[in-house]
Structure formats: C-alpha cells, structure tokens
Design a protein around this ligand. Structure first.
Ligand SMILES: NC(=O)c1ccc[n+]([C@@H]2O[C@H](COP(=O)([O-])OP(=O)(O)OC[C@H]3O[C@@H](n4cnc5c(N)ncnc54)[C@H](OP(=O)(O)O)[C@@H]3O)[C@@H](O)[C@H]2O)c1
Length: 295
C-alpha cells in the first residue's frame, strides 16, 4: 500500500488556503493545518471558500509572529504549502513580519526536517512592483527558498476572484471610484482552479509558475460585471493616479501598514496582469453567486 503523504498547509483559513486543503484532501494527503482561529474554518468563507474543519487531520493553532506557537510544525511533514500572508492591515505587524519573517520561521523548520518539497505562493509581476512592501517581503522569502537546498515551487498568481470581490461590495453601494481609466487587463483566477495548480506543483523540478484564470478582462469590465451581478447600472468615477498616490502619502503619515497594503492595489492598476491561463471558472458566475449569497 502506498504511504500517505503529510502536507502542512500554512494559511489554511484563508481564501486560497481553504481551497488548497480541499484539493490536497481530495488527492489523499494527510493534512496538518496551521490556523490562528479554529472556529473560523467551521463555516464557509466570505467569498464562498469551503469550511474545512472536517478535512483536517491535525490542527496547529499558532501565529507565525510568535515563534513558540509554531515550534515543531514541520515534524514528520513531507510537503509544506504556504499561502500564508498579510492581506489586511494589522495594528502591529508589517508585511515583512508576516510574509517574510513569519514564512521564514516555517522555512527554517522545513530545512531542519528536510521536507521533500516547499511550495510558496508569491505574486505575479513582481519585477514591476519590486518596491511595494508586500512584494518585497514575498520576494525575500522566495530568495531564501531558492537558497534553502530544498526542492521548491513558487506559485505566482495575478489576482484571485476574492480580490475582485471588493468591486462587488462597492457596486452594491451603487458607485465605484476607479483609480486610473480601468483599461489595464487581468485574467483573475478562482481559488479552486488555482489550488489544482498549487497541488500539481508538488511534482516535477523546482520552478516558478505564473498563473492566471481562463478569461481576460479590463479592470473596467470587471467593475461593470460587478454592477450587473447586483442588478445596478454601472456608475464608475475615474480618479487620477496622482490623487490616489497623494492619498497614500497622507494615509502613511497616520497608518504606515494601511498605506503599504493599499499601495499594492494602486500600483497594480497601472499595468496589465495577464498571466498564463488555467482553470475554467468564470468571474461572472462568481459575482452572481456572491451577490445572491449576500442578498
Ligand atoms: N488575493 C490575491 O488576489 C492575491 C494575488 C496574488 C498573490 N496573493 C498572495 O497569496 C497569499 C494568499 O492570499 P489570500 O487572498 O488567500 O489571503 P487570505 O485570505 O488573507 O489568507 C491569508 C492566510 O494567512 C493567515 N495569516 C495571516 N497572518 C498570520 C499570522 N501572523 N500567523 C498565522 N497565520 C496568518 C491568515 O489567517 P487568518 O485567517 O487567521 O487571518 C489566512 O489563513 C498571500 O500571501 C497573498 O499575498 C494574493
């Protein structure tokens, strides 16, 4: 009988992490999940990502900014998959604290335990956004991973459906302020489609995998689709980049962490994010389902 492989999923309670748990489980893995709040994974997530508490074999309750809480996390693990990251402002912690140093604490233990593969989720278009704090932090981890001596894969997604979900929330209010003219293009991907690519990355040589979804849209088109899904006429007001950047400078005076995370959203709207296409799921359906769910 083949031995069952053990995977550590870090960031298991997040949008991508939950789909990754689901995909690893379907492929017969034993799952150790790192979560901060075990209650959170008992219900479906804000963007329809699955409840995963019944799929998990071992739960580690820990926070990567508190080293003691994750000590021994890679013991007897074959594969580490990390979609752990800071995606909302935190009063104390920066992207460097979580995306880099937090993931590094897991990587160091993975090296000690000589795991057979480490799969890390970074970002697409990293060279164009190299000065953004969260991109820098992700790429510091990527650099260490490449030097680790472990077999590795770096997943580079361009944007998740969950991220487009913020357009739906704004469309519901009846109005969207759009930074720029919205003419840049993106092919975002559903978490379930992306999770398949992440789990496929267990096999093969160490490599970077750029990933987008099946269809390409302009940012304006995604916003128009969001209005349509909630049955409203599009009302979109473009804002010049200089105004958004001015807002970032002012925000940074009061809240550096918020400004750092928001700067990613502003910078990302300046160029196309069209990555190699994978998956089948449609953003239109995602918006429709989310609009119905939240009604
Ligand atoms: N969203 C996008 O469009 C996009 C595009 C490209 C790349 N990415 C990258 O993909 C990764 C996953 O994104 P996502 O949208 O799935 O994020 P998400 O839903 O916010 O999930 C992030 C996960 O990290 C966990 N986490 C955060 N800080 C932690 C800490 N100090 N200790 C332990 N766990 C912690 C969260 O736990 P809690 O549930 O407890 O908060 C959650 O499980 C991120 O690194 C992100 O930068 C995202």
């Amino acid at each position: 009988m083949p031995t069952i492989k053990k995977v550590l999923v870090a960031g298991a309670s997040g949008y991508l992490g939950r789909y990754a748990v689901n995909e690893f489980k379907q492929r017969g893995y034993h799952i150790r999940a790192l979560v901060r709040d075990p209650e959170k994974i008992k219900s479906v997530g804000a963007h329809g990502e699955p409840a995963i508490h019944t799929m998990i074999d071992e739960i580690i309750i820990g926070d990567v900014t508190q080293p003691e809480s994750i000590r021994g996390i890679c013991k007897d693990i074959d594969i580490v998959f990390s979609a752990l990251g800071l995606t909302a402002p935190h009063p104390e912690h920066t992207s460097n604290d979580v995306d880099y140093l937090g993931n590094k604490r897991i990587l160091d233990q993975a090296m000690e335990e000589k795991v057979s593969r480490f799969i890390y989720v970074s970002v697409f278009n990293q060279e164009k956004m190299a000065e953004i704090a969260s991109v820098k932090a992700h790429e510091l981890l990527v650099a260490d991973l490449k030097q680790s001596g472990l077999s590795w894969a770096v997943i580079r997604p361009n944007g998740y459906f969950s991220d487009m979900g913020r357009f739906l929330s704004m469309a519901k209010s009846g109005h969207i302020f759009m930074i720029g003219e919205g003419e840049k293009k993106i092919n975002p991907i559903h978490g379930a489609d992306l999770a398949k690519i992440c789990v496929d990355a267990v096999e093969g040589e160490s490599r970077e995998i750029a990933v987008g979804g099946a269809k390409v849209y302009t940012f304006r088109e995604t916003m128009e689709m969001a209005f349509k899904a909630c049955g409203k006429s599009p009302w979109i007001t473009p804002l010049p980049f200089w105004l958004a950047e001015g807002g970032l400078i002012v925000t940074g005076l009061f809240n550096r962490n918020l400004a750092d995370l928001f700067s990613f959203a502003v910078e990302a709207l300046k160029f196309d994010h069209v990555a190699p296409p994978y998956g089948t799921r449609d953003l239109k359906d995602f918006f429709m389902e989310l609009a119905m769910k939240n009604d």
